[in-house]
Design a protein around this ligand. Structure first.
Ligand code: TRP
Length: 339
């Protein structure tokens, strides 16, 4: 272990809307869990349930999704000794810090946030008032996210490309706060891994809840087989050579297979493997990787008390850092006992 590794703090959040799918698994969950198993840096992973409220005002769904996502990460072997795993809403200092940051964040900066700007643009395109349907939650989204990150002085933040702007904004708010009140925050950096696969969905576009083309991660065997059978293919017959590089079946195969299995399948495609057969093998490959975790997932969903306990103890560990740090920040801005 070298000294830079020891001083890095990794942090990432998972918004609790929806059920995890294979794309989430390959692109974010699997790499994060693997990295949790190597205890060479401090790490915080959390369920961003306060963020969920921005997109989702269905209490049932927020609650259910929090349970499913927590169960997913635990079932897949997240090492909660190495990673502090908690629920954002269990850390009262986070929304309080978000307020402090709101008071230093320039409105003009937040005007430029993609999610907000897209909302305004959609309204204008539709001839609506620019503010139509836009909440302060959406507008302040990057402030809450900055609070998540700065609360633990995270240095490295693994995120998707779409989140890079939010990291820049977090740095901006940190600098502004430091300039006004002293050096409290380190400047976080986005970590974008270009090597992780962006999985294609049933229709060949990027697998995404908003396209309705996902394969949920922990489907039972039968529905998983069915779902894989729905992956769009062309009309080539068995025996006709097929192009692996334009095939979603092959693309998903590659995300689960070893290099050798991938090379074998490439040959099978060139030799004209039938689509039905390729899908059958894909089902087996995916099912083999997920089978045990699915079993644990179902057990966990049936024991929410256990999940709750894990999250509560994660929150306790998180607050060992956030509570004293936030006291320090309060003092810095002039909020302190009078005597
Ligand atoms: N906004 C992130 C997303 O949608 C989730 C998130 C919330 C997050 N807070 C965070 C990610 C802090 C990294 C750090 O993907």
């Amino acid at each position: 272990m070298n000294s830079t590794q020891q001083t890095e703090t990794y942090l990432t959040g998972i918004t609790t809307t929806g059920t995890p799918h294979l794309g989430n698994y390959v692109g974010a969950i699997r790499p994060a869990i693997r990295s949790s198993q190597e205890a060479d840096h401090k790490a915080y992973y959390f369920l961003a349930d306060l963020h969920a409220l921005i997109k989702c005002q269905d209490p049932q769904l927020v609650h259910q999704s929090t349970r499913e996502i927590a169960a997913t990460w635990l079932a897949l072997g997240l090492n909660t000794d190495n990673v502090v795993f908690y629920r954002q809403s269990d850390i009262p200092e986070i929304p309080q810090l978000a307020w402090f940051l709101s008071c230093v964040a320039a409105k003009g900066l937040l005007n430029r946030a993609h999610a907000y700007k897209d909302g305004v643009q959609r309204n204008l395109d539709e001839g609506q008032d620019p503010d139509y349907g836009i909440t302060m939650g959406l507008f302040s989204y990057p402030v809450l996210m900055a609070a998540d990150i700065l609360m633990f002085n995270a240095t490295r933040v693994p995120v998707g490309r779409d989140q890079i702007q939010h990291l820049e904004m977090a740095r901006d708010m940190a600098q502004r706060f430091n300039y006004l009140f002293g050096e409290h925050f380190v400047l976080p950096e986005a970590v974008v891994d270009d090597n992780v696969a962006v999985l294609q969905g049933l229709d060949g576009r990027k697998m995404s809840k908003s396209y309705g083309n996902t394969i949920p991660l922990f489907l039972e065997e039968k529905p998983l087989r069915k779902s894989i059978n729905k992956i769009k293919t062309n009309l080539l017959e068995p025996g006709e050579p097929k192009d692996p590089d334009t095939s979603t079946v092959f693309q998903i195969w590659q995300a689960f297979a070893s290099a050798e299995q991938t090379a074998d399948m490439r040959r099978e495609f060139e030799n004209g493997i039938a689509w039905g057969e390729a899908k059958k093998r894909l089902f087996e490959l995916v099912n083999d990787e997920l089978m045990e975790a699915r079993q644990r997932y179902n057990e966990l969903l049936a024991t929410p008390d256990y999940i709750e306990e894990v999250l509560k103890s994660g929150a306790e560990r998180a607050r060992e850092y956030s509570a004293p740090f936030f006291d320090q920040l309060k003092k810095a801005v002039g909020i302190a006992p009078l005597a």
